[in-house]
Ligand binder design. Structure first.
Ligand code: NAP
Length: 331
């Protein structure tokens, strides 16, 4: 496999540090490796594959050197400014922020779901929102078979989804300290508020789920609604997903379809109290699905409980899988 020069931008953050772990685990063929962040952490060091790397400050000149792939996780405004600079230098950017996701010129990719979209990139590829990624892995095989008509998402999202600051709010909140990141205490609480509120009364996180689902499944008319909730859990997002189909289905066959779907682990044995749990999904790359049951209130519908590590499959692992696809096609 061809060796590439690879940079991680935002390497000191929650997602960035996980990038380093996942890149090590999956042994990507890397020639030269660069870690970048803001001036705040420039000069500090990070260990990768047993070697120390000095964090460089991200500047307009960071991509003057030959870099084949850059994994960005440094926020929307950083991506807005620096992804086009990297792309203009011939570097393929895989971006974790929401900046480019709905740009019609930018593919939005979950490798198990729409790897074919990678082909039309113009040097920027967007990684979907964490809560969207895990839902897509569950929805795609069912859409292929039974054609989805409508989806209702209700999420239970971990504080790590709000970066290091979100994590600290829960850690400190459990000791009685006031929140700094969230508008209300997250300890012993549930906040029906992720990202900013929009004019239609939804939060931006909710509309990300709606719009990204349609883009990834290539169906602008799919009816989708969402309520996204921050819960006092450190790692892994849990989601209740209610799906209505165009076609009828056999429940056993639907369960087998999910069991055989790429990236899925089925935990669907309620009799034994076996169902996906945030604490068990944490640290893993798969999407865990259970509580599969017919929605008896509609003609053809099903309910799922879907859990995944939001920093791994919801961010770093998904982006690294995209990088693997790109490297495969570089031969
Ligand atoms: N957490 C999640 O579940 C998740 C999931 C999917 C996508 N994302 C996205 O990934 C991005 C990072 O999230 P996170 O949770 O890792 O946040 P985080 O823990 O707060 O880390 C932010 C990172 O961005 C760097 N950064 C900030 N401003 C910068 C600038 N002007 N130039 C260069 N680097 C800069 C920081 O560097 P310093 O150390 O120098 O401050 C740090 O490395 C966000 O866009 C987020 O929306 C997060």
């Amino acid at each position: 496999m061809k060796k590439v020069n690879l940079a991680v931008v935002g390497a000191t953050g929650m997602v960035g540090r996980t990038f380093l772990k996942v890149l090590e685990e999956r042994q990507l063929p890397i020639e030269n490796f660069y870690v970048m962040a803001s001036s705040r952490s420039a000069g500090s060091t990070l260990t990768f594959n047993g070697k120390e790397y000095v964090v460089e400050e991200l500047t307009e000149h960071s991509f003057d050197k030959p870099i084949d792939i850059a994994l960005f996780s440094a926020g929307g405004s950083t991506s807005e400014k620096f992804a086009p600079i990297a792309a203009a230098h011939g570097c393929i950017v895989i971006d974790n922020s929401s900046q480019w996701r709905m740009d019609p010129e930018v593919p939005l990719v979950v490798p198990e779901v729409n790897p074919e979209d990678i082909a039309w990139h113009k040097n920027i590829i967007a990684n979907p929102n964490c809560s969207t990624i895990q839902a897509m892995v569950a929805l795609k095989p069912l859409d292929d078979k039974y054609k989805i008509k409508r989806v209702v998402y209700s999420t239970y999202q971990a504080v790590s989804g709000a970066g290091l600051a979100g994590w600290k709010d829960l850690e400190n909140g459990l000791k009685g300290e006031a929140p700094k990141k969230f508008p209300h205490p997250i300890a012993n609480n549930c906040l029906p508020h992720i990202d900013v509120f929009l004019d239609n009364g939804y939060t931006k996180e909710e509309m990300k789920m709606v719009n990204e689902t349609r883009k990834i499944l290539h169906n602008d008319n799919m009816r989708v609604t969402a309520t996204t909730v921050r819960v006092p859990v450190f790692d892994s997002h849990s989601e209740s997903i209610n799906i209505e189909f165009e076609k009828p289905f056999d429940l056993d066959e639907l369960i087998e379809t999910l069991r055989n779907a790429p990236g899925v682990v089925l935990q669907n044995n309620s009799q034994e109290n076996e169902y996906p749990l945030a604490i068990n999904a944490a640290g893993h790359d798969e999407v865990f699905i259970g509580r599969i049951r017919r929605d008896e209130s509609v003609e053809s519908g099903v309910n799922l409980w879907v859990v995944a590590d939001n920093i791994r499959k919801g961010a770093a692992t998904n982006a690294v899988q995209i990088a693997e696809e790109i490297i495969k096609n570089m031969q």
